[in-house]
Ligand binder design. Structure first.
Ligand code: HEC
Ligand code: HEC
Ligand code: HEC
Ligand code: HEC
Length: 187
């Protein structure tokens, strides 16, 4: 009897844990689109993370694929389609493409390239939670992530795209690259 109880408890723990892990496959977590974040993150007083992103290369990651140079690279890699329609290229140059079961809201545009949600998680459900101090845990359950530079989780994220599978890879130095896109919130 004890054994059965133990089994039931363990099994239900494992079961509930697999749901606590933020996953973009969850039905409430859709990629909402960068406009959703812009609404609140363009304020100077709060650090204007939107403008930092908009002037970064991440914002141009999709349009980069719409160039003759990109088509040439795609062709060399064996694609018979333009770069902007080649799966391999899209997997790093747009948001959510390489995520199993990813869902997208009405305002989402792949043309926006690598957006906030590529790094902070699909925001449709956490957008109303993460800005309230007492709801941070709920936000995390709703796919919100803040990768950290100091504990290495940010680097693990960057190198999902910044690696040798990128045809133009020239190495990745976290401090150097982060300094180009950092977007702190004034304390
Ligand atoms: C309704 C306004 C609003 C919207 C929409 C919004 N945010 Fe925020 N966000 C805030 C506020 C306010 C804070 C500061 C909260 C605090 O100080 O605890 C914040 C904080 C954050 C933080 C830092 C949180 C932390 O705990 O360090 C991140 C990351 C973030 N937002 C990302 C996003 C992303 C990505 C989107 C779009 C999917 C988004 N936000 C949409 C208002 C908003
Ligand atoms: C979803 C894939 C993806 C992730 C995750 C990602 N990047 Fe990028 N990053 C790109 C792509 C694609 C480009 C090239 C965009 C272009 O030039 O069109 C790029 C370009 C950059 C550039 C500009 C490089 C240059 O030549 O000036 C910097 C800086 C950068 N990323 C930093 C980071 C950092 C730091 C992280 C992690 C916190 C990160 N990236 C995570 C895909 C990604
Ligand atoms: C593994 C992720 C990844 C894949 C796959 C990928 N890219 Fe990129 N791409 C990047 C990153 C990251 C950068 C930024 C430069 C760097 O540091 O590698 C970039 C930069 C570029 C650039 C700008 C050139 C430069 O020197 O900055 C072009 C053009 C480009 N990629 C085209 C393509 C094409 C075409 C494909 C498909 C055949 C492709 N990429 C596949 C991640 C990727
Ligand atoms: C390439 C990945 C990447 C992109 C794109 C990105 N962020 Fe972040 N963001 C991070 C990382 C990593 C941190 C945590 C850095 C640290 O450890 O201090 C962060 C931190 C933040 C913070 C908290 C800053 C603080 O000082 O507490 C806010 C707010 C934020 N991001 C909002 C946004 C918004 C809004 C966008 C889009 C307009 C965006 N981010 C785009 C990776 C990204």
């Amino acid at each position: 009897m004890k054994n059965i109880l133990f089994f039931v408890i363990t099994a239900s723990l494992v079961f509930s844990m697999s749901f606590a892990v933020p996953s973009s496959g969850g039905k409430d977590c859709k990629y909402a689109g960068v406009k959703t974040c812009k609404a609140c993150h363009k304020s100077k007083k709060r650090g204007d993370q939107y403008s930092v992103w908009a002037s970064s290369k991440h914002a141009k990651a999709f349009t980069t694929l719409q160039t003759a140079e990109a088509d040439k690279i795609a062709k060399k890699r064996g694609s018979d389609k333009p770069a902007a329609e080649t799966k391999e290229c899209l997997s790093c140059h747009v948001t959510g493409y390489n995520v199993d079961g990813a869902e997208f809201g009405k305002k989402f545009k792949k043309e926006d390239g690598v957006t906030c949600e590529a790094c902070h998680g699909p925001g449709s459900a956490y957008k109303k939670l993460h800005n309230k101090k007492d709801k941070k845990d709920q936000a995390k359950e709703a796919c919100f992530t803040v990768p950290s530079i100091s504990d290495g989780s940010a680097k693990n994220l960057c190198v999902k795209c910044h690696n040798k599978n990128s045809p133009s890879y020239k190495g990745f130095d976290l401090n150097k690259f982060w300094s180009k896109i950092k977007h702190p919130m004034p304390k």
